[in-house]
Design a protein around this ligand. Sequence first.
Ligand code: ZN
Length: 92
Amino acid sequence: MKFPKELKAYCPYCKSHQVHKAKASSKGRPRSMAEGNRAHARSLTGHGSKRAGEKTVKKQGKRSKLTLQCNKCKKKQERVVGGRTTKKMEFK
Ligand SMILES: [Zn+2]
C-alpha cells in the first residue's frame, strides 16, 4: 500500500487542516506487569479447557497505523489506514 509522505489532515490542536508528516507507527513494548497481562497469566495456570486469548485461526493481514505530525504545532496523531492488508506500507 502506497502512501504520501506529506498530507493535509485535520489537527485537533490547531482546530484546522494543516500539512502533516506521515510515518508508520511502531508498536510499543508490551508491559508484562500490566493488570490484564497478569490476570491472563493467572488464567493460564492449571489443566486444559479453553482460555480467552488463545487463537486457533491466524489472521492474514494486519491493520497498519500512521503517525501524523503537524508541521505547525508539532503534535502527533494516529490514524488507522484501510482494513487488513498483507502488504507493507510504502511512502513516496
Ligand atoms: Zn497542529
